[in-house]
Ligand binder design. Structure first.
Ligand code: ATP
Ligand code: MG
Length: 429
């Protein structure tokens, strides 16, 4: 026997019945997007590497160490599996001049790739839902996207996820803050870890994002960007806060919230839980007014977020939230293979009428005993068994037996009028 081929480390198969939870989640997402009038966008999983290097920033965790990059075999082009969704959406928006007639509100669902150390809530292939509102400069749309995430979490039944908010101001304000940060960290060189020392002059803001516990006190006391914001930035933040207050959404102002990519400005936010350890950020986003221009498009303001599906589903598990799992309405029992012709015609008519039917399929040794078929019918979770027995068929009838409610028992329905009784079998009828 040859050696068994396994999935790549950190990349998971999503198998039934768990995949049904994913489908449920995606249904909730799509319903939400319709309510907020966001349109779906689907971009390739592979992009030119410079898109991410220029878009996310050279001195970021993702670009420095997490990207799956390779060369195109034919022309040597550097390519990368997308580590996040925003850069690709922005590329597509610019490439197709999608903003020519005004702003666009978009969403995506899909897999992302980052070469991280796999652990609970952190994988090498993971999935995100993301929204991007492009072409809108005002704080109103910042509030809208933040509240969309709130609605999504609520629709999923998650109530204890809290909101953290910050403003990263504008580039000039960050520049002044950056100078102050460098002086501060220079004065405390001895307390910096190796990574921080390396980033001290290239990207000191990133030091604030450190996960090293030994540096928390130092980072806590560092100069705050908030103290460097000008009037316009403060007004933008105030307007977002006022909108959140208006709908009664609490939040914590977290001056240390800097996010993992360089493209953000003004509003940044995260939805955070205490239940997933250091993988507690389920959704993160913010404004990125400079990104489109950065990757060569016509400048346009934008704001969005990305939400980690694995983490949200883990939260749903953890909170014991019941997810409705689909079961067939009907399990079709065929005591004798000779009934197949009649049975399959009835089954197809039922399916065409919207009834979900799992048909018993026999092996090469026949249908299996009546008893074993009923065992399978029970295990399927179906509410009814449709029994294509020889005697009933001879009378032009099929037996419908309730599998969940003995009081209902069994009744006969005419083969000639399937549409007449199909609706009575539907779960949502
Ligand atoms: P973290 O600080 O946990 O590494 P991040 O800031 O790198 O998160 P983002 O780039 O903002 O994360 O991505 C948005 C969301 O995607 C995160 O809030 C998280 O829910 C999810 N996510 C990010 N990386 C992973 C991963 N490796 N595996 C699973 N989910 C992830
Ligand atoms: Mg990360």
């Amino acid at each position: 026997m040859s050696e068994q081929v396994k999935a790549v480390k950190g990349m998971n198969d999503i198998l039934p019945p768990v995949s049904a939870r994913w489908e449920w989640f995606e249904d909730v997402v799509r319903a939400l997007m319709r309510r907020y009038a966001y349109q779906n966008i689907r971009t390739p999983i592979v992009e030119h590497t410079p898109l991410f290097v220029r878009g996310l920033g050279e001195v970021t965790d993702i670009v420095e160490k997490e990207m799956y990059s390779f060369e195109d075999k034919l022309n040597g082009d550097p390519l990368t599996l997308r580590p996040e969704g925003t850069a690709g959406v922005v590329r597509a928006v610019a490439e197709h001049s999608m903003l020519y007639d005004g702003g666009k509100r978009l969403y995506y669902i899909g897999q992302m790739f980052r070469h991280e150390r796999p652990q609970k809530g952190r994988y090498r292939q993971f999935h995100q839902v993301g929204v991007e509102a492009l072409g809108f400069a005002g704080p109103d749309v910042d509030a809208e996207v933040i509240l969309m995430a709130r609605s999504l979490l609520r629709d999923l039944g998650l109530t204890d996820v809290r909101l953290e908010l910050n403003s990263l101001g504008q580039p000039a304000e960050r520049q002044a803050h950056r100078a102050a940060l460098i002086s501060y960290f220079e004065a405390h060189q001895d307390q910096l870890d190796e990574e921080a020392r390396r980033r001290l002059h290239s990207n000191p803001l990133r030091i604030l994002d450190t996960k090293n516990p030994a540096m928390q006190a130092l980072v806590e006391a560092a100069p705050k960007l908030m103290d460097y914001l000008g009037e316009a930035s403060l007004a933008h933040l105030a307007a977002v806060r006022a909108a959140l207050d208006a709908v009664g959404q609490p939040y914590t102002l977290n001056p240390r919230l800097v996010r993992g990519m360089d493209y953000y400005n003004l509003t940044v936010f995260e939805w955070v839980t205490d239940r997933l350890g250091s993988q507690g950020t389920v959704c993160g986003g913010g404004r990125y007014d400079g990104l489109i221009e950065q990757i060569g498009g016509k400048a346009a303001p934008a704001v969005g977020w990305g939400l980690g599906i694995e983490r949200v589903l883990a939260l749903i598990d953890d909170a014991g939230i019941e997810v409705p799992l689909p079961v067939p309405d009907v399990y079709a029992v065929l005591p004798d293979a000779s009934a197949l012709g009649t049975a399959i015609a009835v089954i197809e008519a039922l399916r065409a009428a919207g009834v979900s039917v799992q048909m018993h399929a026999g092996g090469k040794d026949g249908q299996g005993s009546f008893k074993s078929q009923f065992k399978k019918a029970d295990a399927s979770g179906a509410r009814f068994a449709l029994v294509f027995g020889g005697d009933e068929l001879a009378q032009g009838m099929v037996a419908v037996k309730s599998l969940r409610d003995a009081a209902i028992g069994q009744r006969l329905e005419p083969l000639a009028d399937v549409t007449g009784w199909a609706q009575s079998l539907r779960g949502n009828a």
